[in-house]
Design a protein around this ligand. Structure first.
Ligand code: PLP
Length: 413
């Protein structure tokens, strides 16, 4: 990155494990405190170990980093700006800044991760990427990066989701990807992850599994956080420029698996800023989850009394993962980051509030972070006069039809 790179989350050349700094590289067991790890069948272990080596090698190679930075700049539209929200700040009596990931190519932070992993796929000499997707956003991003690099791409998507998100299925096909409908289990995201992992083991010679968030077995949570740390590194430098050298009091991001939040927090974890992650009320893995193992990681998960994974429920399809990344479970347990949730109603209000006051239609996911700010402004959690940075993880164009339907339904019913 030509600006704002700083040293946040940066571990060039190092594989010594935790050096005492928060959000450093985890040790070889991939643990963040008690969370994380690599809970995979024997058959998947070599693939994880191989990937870890390749990523460490790439991440410490200045040529890889500079090629990635160039792609994010000239293809992806980075650096994304930080926007000062004058009207909304006045209304809430705080100073609100937005990190504008909605302005990145494809409309969200997801491109940072997939471009990095596509570049790594090439470096490993592989010709094919596979990905899981729920609502389709990570699938579309993966298909985009695959097209850019001339890689074959297969996206695993639960059958239920392929029906709910027909337009995204078409988008992926338009971008040259094959969408494989998954009919096991509940036929949704968690089953798509399982299928993608199975396919990865079967085709590891030619195929990289491009996982979509800071979850799964080591090295994925660490790798995806590093690839998203560009968000926090840029934002910190941009905030310091804007705030006469100081950091925001509070940094807020929404949490599905937790990648935009992890990338943001990495830039501020060594500052005094309070870090707030906001989950969907129906998918609040920190508040309502219990520790357990899913998709190769030990983290906090929504489970019933007998340990069955429960489906997350949210207005926003991008936040309906029934767990969250292990590093967030760790940051919560040591108290460095705080986690809260927002209800669908609060999210709809925040969606309209930002649209009207600032002329920015946020993704429903991002509106969770704004909902936390709107709810807490003027309370002890967020006193008047506070300076707040919110990562606006994506734009809301994809959500406009859904919101229209919900609001019309309310008027009629
Ligand atoms: C996918 C997505 C999210 C949730 O993913 P994280 O890994 O938690 O960041 C949030 N916002 C947008 C716009 C998304 O597309």
């Amino acid at each position: 990155m030509s600006r704002g790179d700083g040293d946040a989350g940066d571990d060039r050349g190092g594989d010594a494990g935790d050096r005492g700094s928060l959000m450093a590289r985890p040790g070889p067991d991939g643990r963040f405190g008690e969370f994380g790890g690599r809970f995979v069948p024997e058959s998947l272990m070599p693939a994880c170990l191989e990937l870890e080596k390749w990523f460490d090698d790439a991440w410490s190679d200045p040529a890889f980093r500079s090629e990635l930075d160039g792609l994010l700049r000239h293809y992806g539209g980075r650096p994304t700006p930080v926007t000062e929200c004058r009207r909304l700040s006045e209304r809430l009596r705080i100073r609100l800044l937005l990190k504008r990931e909605d302005l990145a190519h494809t409309g969200s932070h997801k491109l940072n991760n997939v471009v990095g992993q596509a570049l790594l796929t090439k470096r490993m000499g592989k010709t094919r990427m596979i990905a899981e997707t729920g609502a389709g956003q990570h699938g579309v991003a993966s298909a985009t990066a695959a097209a850019l690099f001339g890689l074959e791409c297969t996206v695993f998507m639960g059958e239920v989701d392929t029906k709910r998100q027909e337009l995204n299925v078409f988008r992926m096909e338009l971008l040259g990807a094959e969408v494989r409908s998954v009919i096991s289990g509940s036929r949704t995201l968690k089953d798509a992850v399982n299928e993608a992992m199975r396919e990865w083991v079967a085709c590891v010679e030619t195929t990289h599994y491009c996982l979509g968030s800071v979850m799964g077995p080591h090295p994925f949570p660490y790798m995806v956080r590093q690839l998203q740390s560009v968000v926090g590194a840029e934002a910190r430098a941009q905030c310091r420029e804007r705030l006469a050298g100081s950091d925001p009091d509070v940094v807020v991001a929404c949490v599905g698996g937790g990648s935009n939040a992890a990338g943001t927090f990495a830039g501020f974890v060594d500052t005094p800023a309070r870090l707030i992650g906001v989950e969907a009320a129906g998918g609040a893995a920190v508040t309502n989850g219990v520790p357990g193992v899913l998709h190769g990681m030990y983290s906090r998960l929504l489970q019933d009394e007998v340990g069955q994974i429960e489906e997350a429920q949210s207005i926003s399809a991008g936040l309906d993962y029934p767990g969250l990344g292990p590093e967030h479970a760790h940051l919560a347990s040591i108290g460095r980051a705080e986690y809260s949730s927002a209800t669908d109603d609060e999210v709809l209000d925040a969606f309209r509030l930002l649209s009207r006051t600032e002329g920015i239609i946020p993704a429903l996911e991002s509106a969770h972070a704004l909902a936390w700010v709107a709810r807490n402004a003027g309370t002890a959690a967020l006193p008047h006069g506070s300076t707040v940075l919110v990562t606006l993880s994506g734009r809301g164009d994809k959500d406009v039809a859904q919101v229209r339907e919900i609001l019309a339904g309310r008027r009629d019913g």
